[in-house]
Design a protein around this ligand. Sequence first.
Ligand code: PNS
Length: 163
Amino acid sequence: MRAVFPGSFDPVTLGHVDIVRRASALFDEVIVAVGSNAAKAPLFDLDQRLALLRAATEDIDRVVVEPFEGLLVDYCTARQASVVVKGIRGPGDAEYELQMAQLNAQLTGLETVWLPTSPQWAYVSSSRVREIALLGGDVSGFVPAGVAGVIAAAAAKRRSGDV
Ligand code: PNS
């Protein structure tokens, strides 16, 4: 069975990598689908988010990283994926994700499987990582090796008004 793990991944965190690793043990193939959340201003453009994710997941078997746009259900139909995987950190995620899962099921019958976030990453989110980085903090404990430096450089550039 082919699963899709969708998100904006701005940037990828150790919580995301944990979900990809665990999903790859459950499904034949995992497509990490990188989209854009219209409600959030991105720190990284799509190409940067794809590159960081590919580097962070290169040691995990049967994982591909792809961009997607439009409706998630249409993308899953096109890629012949019958299930979506989501990591759930707590009740806040569940409330938000339940509505999306139910809407997606109603639209095309797309199923959603929730993986409870591993406790050590339950407090990590891309938006907090962005906030810490933009304010000059160290995010190396929350993101894959090699990503922290890229994030710090992007945040410094943003703070200096270059971007
Ligand atoms: O990491 P995020 O910000 O939660 O990712 C959100 C994303 C891009 C996965 C979500 O916004 C999404 O699925 N967008 C596709 C548009 C869509 O299908 N919307 C209807 C969902 S019911």
